[in-house]
Design a protein around this ligand. Structure first.
Ligand SMILES: CSC[C@H]1O[C@H](OP(=O)(O)O)[C@H](O)[C@@H]1O
Ligand SMILES: Nc1ncnc2[nH]cnc12
Length: 297
């Protein structure tokens, strides 16, 4: 089960988005299904090693891209990663650009989100055990720094920091929506990173997203609408660079000997509000992995 106490070695989880259905260069690989009380994860998890580092990969939409952004079981995915021992999660995602200066091919190390999704389970907690975690800084600055350094070393055009608007989908935005999100100052748009980032925080996992721009959405005067065909053309090259980026980033994360300096591994310290004697045993049983650290003490 997940363990992020000081001194425990990191286990890096990679959630691969559109176009990223495997990771190159892993040794000792095994696809393993992890049972979760929250249901079925998008696919089995690929366990392996990269150099000396233990790594667990999950294709967000399943191999062959069979799950839509709305039907992905985000809770099962994060719970399964936690049960697999993962301590930090790198999310790789295709996005549309809402800024002229972020053309297709650019990478953004996202540090903020706006959540416009409305048809998804967004919390592990609820009646019987209520918790409120901070989402002021939704990504881990340490993971973000490692990703940015790897982008620089690989000469990948990238921006450090940016706001990712999560829409419900699966249809792309209307022009009016795209203009609205631009007026809010958002940088990129996608359909998956919420509630994923919220759930990673509740599960006390470090989380950072590398967003790979595939298109200009539909606001751009020279790009009247988005199509999957256009996206896939850019996606294949982006996905190849993302795999290289992950390979380069993972060794930099291997040397952590204390729990995350940004506090991700202690997100539940001040989050539970339900009185101990009022907690629902059925809810507690679901939370053995996600909240075991704070429930056992
Ligand atoms: C294939 S384009 C739309 C699809 O791609 C993004 O998914 P992911 O974040 O998993 O790369 C976007 O959010 C949509 O789900
Ligand atoms: N324009 C866009 N809108 C939403 N999700 C996307 N994923 C890739 N491009 C996108």
């Amino acid at each position: 089960m997940g363990n992020s106490e000081p001194g425990t070695p990191p286990v890096i989880g990679i959630i691969g988005g559109s176009g990223v259905y495997d990771i190159d260069g892993l040794t000792d690989t095994e696809w393993r299904t992890i049972d979760s009380p929250f249901g079925a994860s998008s696919d089995a998890l690929l366990f392996g090693r990269l150099g000396g580092q233990q790594l667990v990969f999950l294709p967000r939409h399943g191999r062959g891209h069979v799950q839509s952004p709305t039907t992905i079981n985000y809770r099962a995915n994060i719970d399964a990663l936690k049960r697999a021992g993962v301590t930090e999660v790198i999310s790789v995602s295709a996005v549309g650009s809402l800024k002229e200066e972020l053309p297709p091919g650019s990478f953004v190390i996202v540090d903020q989100f706006i959540d416009r999704t409305f048809a998804r389970e967004k919390s592990f907690f609820g009646d019987g055990l209520v918790a409120h975690v901070s989402m002021a800084h939704p990504t881990c600055r340490r993971l973000g720094r490692a990703l940015a350094e790897a982008c620089s070393a690989l000469d990948i055009p990238h921006r450090v920091g940016g706001t990712y608007l999560t829409m419900e989908g699966p249809q792309f935005s209307t022009k009016a929506e795209s203009a609205l999100y631009r007026s809010w100052g958002c940088d990129v748009i996608g359909m998956t990173n919420m509630p994923e980032a919220k759930l990673a925080r509740e599960a006390e996992l470090c989380y950072a997203t590398v967003a790979m721009v595939t298109d200009f959405d539909c606001w751009h005067p020279d790009h009247d609408h988005v199509t999957v065909e256009q996206i896939v053309k850019v996606l294949l090259d982006n996905a190849e660079r993302a795999r290289t980026l992950v390979t380069r980033t993972v060794p930099a994360l291997a040397g952590r000997h204390t729990s995350c300096e940004a506090g991700c591994h202690r997100a539940l310290d001040a989050a539970l509000i339900t009185a101990p004697e009022k907690r629902d045993p059925a809810r507690l049983a679901l939370l053995d992995a996600v909240a075991g650290r704070v429930l056992e003490s």
